[in-house]
Ligand binder design. Structure first.
Ligand code: ADP
Length: 628
């Protein structure tokens, strides 16, 4: 007779990052330990979804007729807890790779940030970072997972860990497919061993899980596809609750869309716009998009094909009868049904935003502030909706209060009869922009200038070209349509004197500038730097230089463009320089002042190569000016 095999227990070390993470979770992140239950239920529900999906096409599955459900057992006296699902289960490799590693690079970054921030961190966010399982170590000192994969020839395993850096895996006899997680609550978490507490938590976070959840044998969630209900019958509370369930967010959404579309394409959808972009939105590749259902059956929780990239911050579900149930990733990627759904979703979302912009401007501005960096990029990518997207853009301007925004339409409505162009200036912040000498002319003439301080703007605005037949022009460019001010001006240098001085400027600055010309735009400042007609926007150039310094390939050979120096020939300083020039064009003080004037402008643009030379020259000029 064969001897019974000794259970072989193998010990493993957690990946180093995971050790840090566990430490953080257990020792410094305690805020809402109750989220452990949401995370375990959500994993169980994912596992059930996977098996349900597989069963659509493949009946060769262990316990193919088992009830698809989640069973929670709790014993208040013992303080013990278990949650069991009949889901897909895990192999040994799954246990090592999925439970023992942090998959997403965004996660560690996020946690580091939490650790360093002084505010109490919000562990509600943990579900967004693919490490939900570990929240169980907030309420338990030791945890066991017993699991068996749904493949008919699979083996059962028991995984055990105290969350301190190692875990063990042993083979076990487990007849049924699925996963059971069990532990005893630690001293501080005894309250969760009470049935009523667990019921409360399920109510709060997991009501919409579309598998039955049983607590000590009794069904406790209501399973319903909210998006199938008629609009008028869905209460706001239910919507908010559902939003939190699909998004893992803890705040209420900013707004929602409930759609029931019939015709060329048929689908129902419940979509939400969150209050804010999630942290690391642009870098977090596994940021989840919409959930796709087919006839109430869950298909995918991250269906990227349903929305263009610039709208991927939307959360919610789309349920269609027009896709086969066993639809694969490949099919969703190329299906004409998906393309139709996508077009409809985009136009409905844009219509909602237009409606906010018109009737709820404060809400729209909030949306624009929080989602602008993602949303605005649609202008460059979604050509069929470009006009609508341009109407939805908002900017600060010299005519708005700090922090309030204007549309291009409103800008145009304020334009004077002679003004033929729409003007903008881009830079890092409104404060810096307001100090630009290039604004002087516009301020004096009361011409409005858009102030673009979102870095994304420089990728969008120059490409718009025209709005309402009016060209959009950067006021840093040399080719804008300026009228020389004919009203009482301090007297400017004569043409001869101006040309002679410009010659000395050119000789002194050499190839540091593209050209030196007389300015029409300056009022109070002696000089300014502008960009040639073909030159690139200064802010765009700054960003390219930043990419270049990070060694990013596409910006490698980018030389940076030269500026045109404009001088104000009515300014006292320029007149003084002209006087020195009349004495001798080779006057060393004249040459030094020219260099200093140029570098002062570079400093203003945050582009001064050597502060040491600048200060040294300034000291020499002061010594000259103060000598007795
Ligand atoms: P996330 O669920 O966000 O990926 P978790 O740390 O909660 O992160 O879980 C890690 C992985 O472990 C899951 O992606 C899944 O592959 C696996 N897993 C967790 N719980 C279960 C379960 N009950 N059944 C099957 N697999 C599970």
């Amino acid at each position: 007779m064969a001897e019974k095999k000794e259970p072989k227990i193998q010990q493993y070390e957690y990946q180093a990052e995971l050790k840090q993470l566990l430490h953080l979770i257990v020792h410094s992140l305690y805020t809402h330990p109750e989220v452990f239950l949401r995370e375990l239920i959500s994993n169980a529900s994912d596992a059930l979804n996977k098996v349900r999906f597989r069963l659509l096409t493949d009946k060769n599955v262990l316990d193919k007729d088992a009830n698809q459900e989640i069973r929670i057992t709790v014993d208040a006296k013992e303080g013990s807890f278990s949650i069991e699902d009949t889901g897909i289960g895990m192999t040994r490799e799954d246990l090592i790779e999925r439970i023992g590693t942090v998959a997403s690079s965004g996660t560690m970054e996020f946690l580091e940030q939490l650790k360093n921030s002084k505010e109490k961190p919000d562990l509600n966010l943990i579900g967004q970072f693919g490490v939900g399982f570990y929240s169980v170590f907030m309420v338990a000192d030791e945890v066991a997972i017993e699991t068996r994969h749904a493949n008919p020839d699979s083996q059962g395993y028991r995984w055990k860990s105290d969350g301190q850096g190692t875990f063990t895996i042993e083979e076990i006899d487990k007849p049924a497919r699925g996963t059971k997680i069990s532990f005893k609550f630690n001293e501080a978490s005894k309250e969760y061993a009470e049935e009523y507490r667990l019921r409360q938590i399920v109510n709060k976070y997991s009501n919409f899980v579309d598998f039955p959840i049983l607590l000590n044998g009794e069904r406790i969630n209501r399973v319903e596809a909210l998006w199938h209900k008629p609009k008028g019958e869905v209460k706001e509370e239910e919507l908010n609750e559902f939003y939190k369930f699909v998004s893992n967010d803890y705040q209420d959404p900013l707004g929602h869309l409930h759609l029931s579309i019939e015709g060329a394409v048929n689908f129902k959808a419940l979509l939400f716009i969150p209050q804010t972009l999630p942290p690391f939105y642009f870098r977090h590749e596994d940021e989840k998009s919409l959930h796709l259902y087919s006839r109430k059956i869950f298909i995918q929780d991250d269906c990227k094909e349903l929305l263009p990239e610039y709208l991927r911050f939307m959360k919610g579900v789309v349920d269609t009868e027009d896709l086969p149930l066993n639809v694969s990733r490949e099919v969703t990627q190329s299906s004409p049904v998906m393309a139709k759904i996508r077009n409809t979703l985009v136009s409905k979302i844009l219509a909602l935003l237009e409606e906010w912009a018109k009737n709820e401007p404060a809400k729209y501005e909030k949306f624009h502030k929080n989602f602008g960096p993602a949303f605005k990029l649609g202008v460059n990518s979604d050509f069929s909706n470009r006009e609508k997207l341009i109407e939805l853009l908002r900017f600060e301007s010299t005519m708005t209060e700090k922090g309030s925004l204007t549309s291009l339409k409103n800008y145009v409505s304020r334009m004077g009869a002679e003004q033929k162009e729409i003007y903008y200036l881009s830079g890092e912040s409104r404060d810096l922009l307001e100090r630009s000498p290039n604004l002087e002319y516009f301020r004096k003439k009361e011409i409005e200038v858009l102030l673009l301080s979102d870095p994304v703007d420089v990728f969008i605005v120059p490409g718009i070209g025209e709005y309402d037949k009016k060209p959009l022009k950067s006021i840093e460019k040399a080719d804008i349509d300026l009228k020389k001010d004919e009203t009482a001006q301090p007297e400017a240098l004569s043409e001869n004197l101006a040309q002679s001085l410009i010659q000395v400027f050119k000789e002194t600055l050499g190839d540091k500038v593209e050209d030196v010309i007389e300015s029409k735009r300056l009022v109070d400042s002696p000089a300014t730097l502008v960009i040639g007609k073909e030159g690139m926007d200064a802010q765009m150039e700054k960003m390219l230089k930043m990419f270049q310094s990070r060694g990013e390939g596409f910006a490698k050979d980018f030389p940076g463009s030269k500026r045109i120096l404009e001088i104000n020939t009515a300014h006292p300083l320029i007149k003084n320089l002209s006087r020195l020039n009349m004495g001798s064009a080779a006057d060393p003080l004249l040459r030094q002042c020219i260099l200093q004037l140029h570098e002062g402008l570079l400093l203003l643009n945050d582009d001064l190569p050597s502060p040491t030379d600048f200060i040294k020259r300034m000291n020499e000029i002061m010594a000259e000016a103060t000598k007795g």
